[in-house]
Design a protein. Structure first.
Length: 651
């Protein structure tokens, strides 16, 4: 039996202060509690980028500040508290630490838990996992974005008024659907290459005509999937960065959209696809559809140096997809074109009035490119935002063997919060419990700088994921179905009812959690579909789930009405496995969110000690007023949620 124990919790200010990510040069206090016959020495072991530091910790007198019991667990005879201070470097980066404890001739280590998620750690006999601290330059993300609500549109699939024209300029090899509600389809050759792209005729004019809908819904930010000229329907194979795709409109229509959106209180963010172009583009010109030499066939092409070509021997492409030739982002000519000149891509569209960019596959853009891009954007419009597509914890992401610097203070304002989506989706589907969910959420909260955490693009669906309703309805794994079966699949009435109730809980969390909630077009009215292309179906105009839409409108009104949901402090907690909650705390009010994911059983929670001093609480979901004495046994119905508003007295 090990006659020794220790305790440290990186989420508890008693053990590490301040909490979470810190600014460059900031001092941190660490504490470790030990239980033993006698501890001879305790050392705080720090790893910076290029050096290791050993800081002797000093034994201090136990105080009443401690967050754990003062009792000494048997059979331990002594309880000690060790403290050490450390000043982080003056440059951004990641710091790692654990504790080395000497007890007689024995050496123990106290490090992170087995999942590496921070919080309460564990004692290791050797090879401990380290805790992470993110060091960053302070930034301030623009308020208009951070406190906004976002809506993502795949333009071809959003809206077309057929009485005003089916499309602007149908392109060669385009399959135009006669029925707006047809499922999307890929027409491929024997090698799996798409030969004809299907289109439904959605346009920028269609977006303009639906701005009243978006305004009434409560949207303040519009994120458009790529709109530049490109052969495909997804437009990630850019043919011309300086031209609106003719099937969507032109510069004049886009300027009208920006102006009309502004009058509706809506800012527009564009998709920046800068890691590759299309092969059928003005730049690469693989098929000779544009004037001049092909970049992959002649060094005479002005764009030859942009690509990684071996003349007549092939070229580097994104994930081996030959229609998406990769560019060398650090090529001087390419950088000048994208952001380094008066006539750059960034310059044109920002000066036209867009409010920011979402960077496609940010992992594949060099840090230097993102840093220079940010500088160029902020020079033109200081309150513009730069959002990166990152699927994992962006604070410690490693791509292509390089530690990324997204949150250094020199790069991204925000990232797409796929970890948020993944954690809550697992919880809603019963694949994890509330304790694991809490741990995962707190890990992000701890690792992300405050401004970046509160600016996360909190999505639950996107063009790269299956429709959320399909997933929440326990649909069969897509790999178990043929393409034809996936195209035809729809939830049964029972499964759809279950999915809608789960989506209500998920969206309740999304609209009240720190960050910017983002709705993928159609999710709010019950769109279904497996992954690409079926998740990119048309908006259900005239076939909306009106009850679900009303729910979304209520949540968006609540987000707009209560500033505490936009700026309030955040505290995560959990009860039994099926019940999770968090609180948003402001100067004058506090809102507690509780969800019960169990599909059949009511759960009862005790909030008596959590809501102090006792006051009357209002449930914003059902309007119920709750007296203080009822909070010791508060019921949450199956697949139900609560949003408890409590006024805070400053007297």
């Amino acid at each position: 039996m090990m006659m020794f124990d220790a305790f440290h919790n990186s989420h508890d200010l008693f053990y590490r202060e301040p909490f979470g990510a810190v600014s460059c040069g900031q001092r941190i206090t660490f504490r470790l509690r030990t239980f033993s016959v006698h501890v001879d020495a305790c050392i705080l072991r720090i790893w910076e980028k290029d050096r290791e530091i050993a800081i002797p910790m000093h034994r201090i007198t136990e105080t009443s500040q401690s967050s754990v019991s003062d009792s000494v667990p048997e059979p331990f005879a002594e309880k000690d508290l060790f403290e050490g201070d450390y000043e982080v470097p003056n440059s951004p980066g990641l710091i790692w630490y654990y504790f080395v404890i000497r007890v007689g001739s024995q050496t123990y280590y106290y490090g992170n838990n087995l999942k590496g998620l921070g919080g309460e750690g564990k004692l290791w006999e050797q090879g401990p996992t380290s805790y992470q601290i993110t060091v960053h330059k302070p930034i301030e993300v623009p308020k208009w974005y951070k406190q906004g609500t976002m809506y993502q549109i795949f333009v071809d699939r959003f809206y077309n008024d057929r009485e005003k024209g089916f499309t602007f300029f149908p392109r060669k090899n385009a399959l135009l659907h006669a029925n707006w509600f047809d499922p999307p389809i890929y027409i491929k050759d024997q090698n799996g290459r798409v030969t004809d792209w299907d289109f439904f005729g959605g346009t920028l004019q269609g977006v303009i005509e639906k701005l009243p809908y978006l305004k009434e819904l409560g949207i303040s930010i519009l994120y458009l999937n790529p709109i530049f000229d490109a052969p495909s329907n997804h437009k990630y194979d850019t043919a011309d960065y300086l031209k609106i795709d003719p099937m969507y409109g032109d510069d004049t229509v886009f300027e009208q959209l920006i102006g009309a959106a502004k009058l509706s209180g809506i800012s527009i963010i564009l998709d920046g696809v800068f890691g590759h172009t299309g092969s059928d583009s003005i730049y690469f010109n693989k098929y000779g559809n544009y004037p001049g030499a092909s970049a992959c066939q002649s060094s005479d092409s002005p764009y030859f140096s942009w690509y990684q070509c071996k003349l007549n021997q092939g070229y580097q492409s994104w994930w081996g997809i030959d229609s998406l030739p990769e560019v060398n982002e650090m090529n001087a000519s390419y950088r000048q074109f994208i952001y380094g000149s008066e006539n750059s891509v960034i310059n044109k569209w920002l000066k036209m009035g867009i409010a920011g960019w979402r960077l496609d596959v940010a992992d594949e853009l060099p840090d230097e490119f993102i840093q220079e891009l940010r500088q160029a954007i902020k020079l033109i419009r200081p309150d513009a935002v730069l959002i990166g597509e990152v699927w994992e914890d962006a604070s410690n992401k490693v791509s292509y063997d390089k530690q990324r610097k997204y949150f250094s203070g020199d790069e991204l304002d925000a990232t797409m919060n796929y970890p948020f989506r993944a954690s809550f989706l697992r919880f809603m589907l019963g694949q994890s419990d509330s304790s694991s969910l809490h741990q995962e959420i707190m890990s992000l909260y701890e690792n992300y700088p405050h401004e970046n955490f509160y600016a996360c693009m909190n999505l639950i669906g996107s063009h790269d994921t299956a429709r959320i309703l399909t997933l929440l309805g326990d649909a069969p794994p897509e790999q178990s179905l043929t393409t034809i079966e996936q195209r035809a699949y729809r939830l049964s009435p029972y499964a759809r009812q279950l999915a809608v109730q789960r989506l209500k809980l998920f969206s309740l969390v999304q609209m009240t959690y720190p960050g910017v909630p983002c709705i993928y077009y159609g999710d709010e009215v019950g769109a279904e579909g497996y992954a690409d292309p079926y998740n990119r179906g048309t908006y259900l105009w005239g076939r909306e789930d009106s009850e679900l839409l009303s729910w979304y409108r209520r949540l968006l009104r609540m987000h707009a009405e209560f500033e505490v949901l936009q700026t309030g402090a955040f505290r995560s907690f959990y009860f039994e496995p099926d019940v999770y909650g968090f609180t948003r705390i402001g100067d004058e009010e506090e809102i507690m969110i509780l969800i019960n994911r169990h599909s059949e059983e009511t759960r009862t929670v005790n909030l008596k000690t959590m809501l102090q001093p006792p006051t009357v609480v209002t449930d914003l979901i059902n309007g119920e007023t709750l007296a203080p004495e009822t909070l010791s046994a508060l019921q949450i119905i199956a697949l139900g949620g609560r949003a408890l508003l409590r006024k805070i007295s400053n007297t």
